[in-house]
Design a protein around this ligand. Structure first.
Ligand SMILES: [Zn+2]
Length: 436
């Protein structure tokens, strides 16, 4: 299996947020709008600053804005009534004894005015200072202000981390990402007070341009998806190559005593104290361990004493000790043929890491955890480059010659099945050790 297939599964999610801002053009209650035909238009309430009037005489309240309309009530002299609208002819719409109607403006005095209608206030004015990291759960638009009505500054890809410095009352965060500042919705992020790195979902080889190299000190060293959250994603065997990614560490928020690393085709956080610059792995089977002995171990739980580093491999990839001698012989023949060493992508894989990949990749690509020969260090994956593919010269040679060195490419991993149909489990890169 190969972690490279992770990219096949990565989903591109785009969050689409649509905001509809309904700005009321009037504070008039809907039912207060006159419906009488001859009433051309009520003065918009925005311009109606009359709140209450007091009658100077007994005054008829009518169903419309003229004396031709039906009298609904008579309001006694000296009564103060609330005004809900002003008609274009100046008549007031008032409420009296549970009825709403119109009175002439000639027989009243204005006793209360409305305060001038306020200009629409910006939605978000209050913010509080925060000091945390946010990681995006999907691609998120960074905007000029804390709301979807503001223009987009840029988009922040899924699984990015950004520093947040303020939070608006609606929950949006002010963040800085790649030297640009803006606001992002809190709905699409997770927050961490310390580092906020998340699994990027993108496969990165250990060789991805990084050179700050460490090795794990103990067998089954912990790899976490986020230093703050500490979700454990892998158990890395002792003497495994780990590359510290300082750039990424800074982007996600550095955490004291933790390193953001790439290892075993995964990335995550490790305790700095779990790492060392020195590799102490043997490169030969000096203890004379047999394949049988390795197979007696729990899959993915091989003791460090049974693991050795592949001698010519720059990454010091670990393999079960009994397999190294024949692999070295195979490499010598390969080198004689092609003038270069056999490339190794991975060999031993721990149980937790197998579980991680099984969850990520599914059964077509990853073996059921606890069943893979990688779990006993008795399998290697060569790269998936063209020359190692089914059509490539390295594959063809390995397929024909590896058996001599007790390394085999299984028939059920071939490109086509015996009936000529394409094999969904095909893997050109996977070879297994069947020697002693
Ligand atoms: Zn494999």
């Amino acid at each position: 299996m190969s972690p490279k297939h992770r990219s096949f599964l990565s989903k591109t999610m785009t969050a689409i947020a649509v905001a509809i801002l309904l700005i009321s053009g009037s504070t008039l209650p809907a039912q207060a709008v006159p419906t009488i035909a001859h009433l051309s238009a009520a003065v918009p309430a925005a311009k109606n600053n009359v709140a209450k009037v007091k009658t100077k005489a007994n005054l008829n309240m009518r169903s419309g804005t003229s004396t031709k309309n039906k009298v609904l009530r008579t309001i006694p002299k000296g009564k103060t009534v609330p005004v809900s609208a002003v008609a274009s002819n100046g008549w007031y719409q008032v409420k009296y004894q549970n009825k709403t109607g119109w009175i002439s403006n000639k027989y009243v005095t204005v006793v209360a005015k409305r305060s001038a209608p306020k200009a629409p206030t910006p939605k978000i004015t209050k913010t509080k200072k925060v000091n945390l990291w946010v990681a995006t759960k999907s691609t998120v638009n960074m905007r000029k202000g804390a709301g979807t009505s503001h223009s987009v500054v840029r988009s922040i890809p899924k699984h990015s981390a950004a520093k947040a410095t303020a939070q608006a009352v609606n929950g949006w965060y002010k963040v800085t990402y790649k030297k640009k500042s803006g606001w992002i919705s809190n709905k699409h992020v997770i927050t961490c007070t310390k580092g906020c790195q998340v699994d990027t979902g993108n496969y990165t080889t250990n060789r991805a341009g990084l050179n700050d190299r460490y090795f794990t000190k103990s067998n089954g060293a912990d790899l976490y998806s986020a230093a703050g959250k500490r979700l454990r994603i892998g158990d890395i065997p002792k003497n495994s190559v780990v590359y510290r990614d300082v750039k990424w560490e800074k982007a996600g928020g550095p955490v004291t005593d933790w390193y953001f690393v790439r290892t075993q085709g995964m990335d995550g956080w490790m305790k700095a104290s779990a790492l060392t610059r020195k590799n102490t792995a043997a490169t030969s089977n000096s203890k004379g361990i047999t394949r049988k002995q390795a197979l007696k171990q729990h899959n993915g739980k091989l003791p460090a004493s049974m693991l050795v580093a592949i001698p010519w491999d720059k990454e010091k990839t670990l393999i079960a000790a009994p397999a190294v001698k024949d692999l070295t012989r195979l490499n010598a023949a390969f080198k004689k043929k092609f003038g270069k060493n056999l490339d190794i992508d991975l060999a031993y894989r721990t149980l937790d890491t197998q579980k991680y990949y099984y969850n990520e990749l599914g059964p077509y690509i990853a073996a059921k955890p606890g069943t893979s020969n990688h779990g006993w260090g008795l399998a290697i994956d060569v790269p998936e480059s063209y020359n190692y593919s089914f059509k490539g010269k390295y594959y063809k040679w390995l397929k024909a010659h590896s058996k001599k060195y007790n390394w085999t490419h299984r028939k059920n991993l071939e490109e086509f099945r015996s009936n000529g149909t394409r094999n969904p489990y095909a893997e050109a890169w996977h070879f297994e050790y069947n020697g002693k």
